[in-house]
Design a protein around this ligand. Sequence first.
Ligand code: SAM
Length: 292
Amino acid sequence: MASSMRSLFSDHSRYVESFRRFLSHSTEHQCMQEFMDKKLPGIIARIGDVKSEIKILSIGGGAGEIDLQILSKVQVQFPGVHINNEVVEPSAEQITKYKELVAKTSNLENIKFAWHKETSSEYQNRVMEKKVLQKWDFIHMIQMLYYVKDISATLKFFHGLLATNAKMLIILVSGTSGWDKLWRKYGSRLPQNDLCQYITSSDLTEMLDGLGIKYECYDLLSTMDISDCFLDGNENGDLLLDFLTETCNFTTTAPPDLKAELMKDLQEPEFSIRKEGKILFNNNLSFIVIEA
Ligand SMILES: C[S@@+](CC[C@H](N)C(=O)[O-])C[C@H]1O[C@@H](n2cnc3c(N)ncnc32)[C@H](O)[C@@H]1O
């Protein structure tokens, strides 16, 4: 690895911008919306049975867009029932955005929100000091387990917090996605950092099997339009390439042979398809539903 390559996580504002470009050039959130519309109602059908309040724990809730979709489905399923929604999120910026979104969204009257500026392991350490552990009716971890150090211990801990009839939803990139191929082939040649792990749903289901935790896994198709990555000097393409490689300024700092090989691979069928003149990277997502 050339010494000039550095992790995208070392430049927070560039990371946030490249993530924003990823969201606007992928069907990531549309894919999640489809799952929330079609599958979630069945999954949460019994979480609030005979309960006066439904307790929801969001781990890594980000700016809250997906969290609010989940909450609206719970409201429909359990009309009028009070909801307590707590968010564990280490980024102050994300919490501010989440609060702004809540402030401008209507129909949230029966929902109480609380935000904890901490990581999942800080949350774990904090609540472990209490005598009685709070149980939850729905826990979700959406596109965030990459940032957790001991994933297996985290799964075990949060699984133990599920109340009767409760469910846990984890969303990660699928083991069939282009990410899996990219990380396997190039992971060791891209900047290493201890903030993010290359894991897919295949790794996660293996861990759940090892822990003896039952789950169901649904895969949905999603794509990321990476056409701009192949246009020289295109700012959007450069940011998308940074997101793909988790490298800050990949285009200008990657060794030429690595760049040439990766750019060629990104156009291969294991990574992407060509449709209507666009190059669409395989961003398939897995939705893993865990029972109490
Ligand atoms: C890719 S974003 C996903 C946000 C949101 N769930 C979504 O899908 O739009 C990952 C989020 O996890 C948060 N995060 C990172 N490390 C975390 C940790 N150790 N515990 C909890 N959240 C974490 C980040 O701050 C970020 O908001």
